[in-house]
Design a protein around this ligand. Structure first.
Ligand code: SAH
Length: 350
């Protein structure tokens, strides 16, 4: 197989340059782009408004539309959340999630096949990172769900498998394309990017002014504890993270969310809640408490409802804004990467 170019990952400017090279009129780029990004076209054949000879030329030169396909769709009986096992054109498998909120539909997408961050409570990282997704594969998850469900998408969270800041180049391309008026035209207000805290990238993203929400997976108020279950904490201290978060807020005016997955007996104590309150005191921040979804390969257990509520109360007493994220679709392999692992286990060919 020669080098392949995913047309779904190309900006309208890049398509414009290609059309120019091919001696095609400039409007062809717009026709192709619109059909893919707002017209639900999943293949060159479905782009019916361009000449067959042009499609042939594109194919022979290695350009094609590589859609993401839905391999499995699970619907939660408790809250209607839908989870998808998604197939990429090279046979790799990722996960995406569709949630319905009062204000509309939100899709959670993956940014890498696997992950190399090594957080010990997370299933996505158990086999390391296999490869990065390109921008078209990030968009493709949204387009596949949008078409399959016939919905209008309200918001996107980059919170599935993978560390988006470890695939920064493709993340930025994805963000530009999803906010393109000729595509989904999504406002930064409706986009959240979640990171375990790669501070250089947080600053870079702040400078780009997408107006999006940054979510930092903090999970511990101290370096000492954070280092015991998040390897990235050996590289960046909590203080580094706080400085980067402050920078993000100063540059963008957007309140930063801190994710805090509560693990029984590890980071859910009164002392942790107090430390966290001190750390975030006076900041324009929001804490999202997530009772951990136990991963069968690991020993961690979910905090009890009592400790989750006590943790939240302690934060509120110290005037820290906090919400509890109830496990969406917990009955259908909720935790990041668990669904993919089950699917791969069941479909093993060896
Ligand atoms: N790599 C990014 C985004 C992916 S994970 C990040 O670290 O933010 C999205 C969120 O889910 C992160 O806060 C992550 O720490 C958390 N998470 C992962 N596995 C989990 C589990 N089993 N239970 C609860 N939260 C989990």
């Amino acid at each position: 197989m020669g080098y392949e170019h995913n047309i779904m990952s190309m900006t309208v400017e890049e398509l414009g340059d290609l059309m120019k090279d091919y001696g095609q009129p400039a409007y062809r780029a717009k026709q192709i782009y619109e059909r893919i990004h707002s017209g639900n076209a999943m293949s060159l054949d479905e782009i019916t408004n361009i000449p067959a000879a042009l499609k042939e030329k594109l194919r022979t030169e290695g350009f094609d539309v590589f859609p993401v396909s839905i391999l499995e769709r699970l619907v939660s009986k408790t809250d209607g959340t839908k989870k998808y096992v998604m197939g990429l054109h090279d046979g790799n498998v990722i996960e995406s999630v569709l949630m319905e909120y009062k204000h509309g539909y939100s899709i959670c997408i993956s940014s890498q096949v696997g992950c190399r961050m090594g957080c010990t409570f997370c299933a996505s990282t158990l086999d390391g990172r296999i490869r990065d997704l390109d921008a078209g594969e990030m968009l493709g998850q949204i387009y596949a769900i949008r078409k399959n469900e016939g919905i209008k998408v309200h918001s996107i969270v980059v919170m599935g498998c993978g560390e988006p800041m470890d695939n920064f180049h493709n993340l930025v391309r994805f963000l530009k394309m999803i906010s393109d008026p000729m595509g989904m035209n999504l406002s930064g207000r409706n986009i959240t990017v979640s990171t375990c805290g790669i501070t250089e990238r947080i600053r870079e993203l702040a400078d780009m002014k997408f107006g999006l929400t940054l979510a930092i997976s903090l999970h511990s108020p101290t370096d000492e504890l954070r280092r015991t279950f998040m390897p990235i904490a050996n590289k960046y201290t909590v203080e580094d993270l706080m400085k980067a978060a402050d920078y993000f807020f100063e540059k963008t005016g957007r309140r930063v969310t801190f994710e805090y997955s509560l693990i029984k007996g590890l980071n859910d104590t009164k002392e942790c809640a107090l430390e966290l309150s001190k750390l975030l005191s006076g900041k324009n921040a929001h804490v999202n408490l997530i009772p951990v979804n136990p991963v069968k390969e690991r020993k961690w257990e979910r905090s009890t409802d009592n400790s989750v509520n006590a943790f939240k109360l302690m934060l509120e007493k110290n005037r820290i804004n906090a919400t509890i994220r109830r496990g969406m679709g917990a009955d259908i392999d909720a935790a990041c990467g668990q669904l993919r692992r089950r699917y791969l286990g069941e479909h093993e060919t060896r």
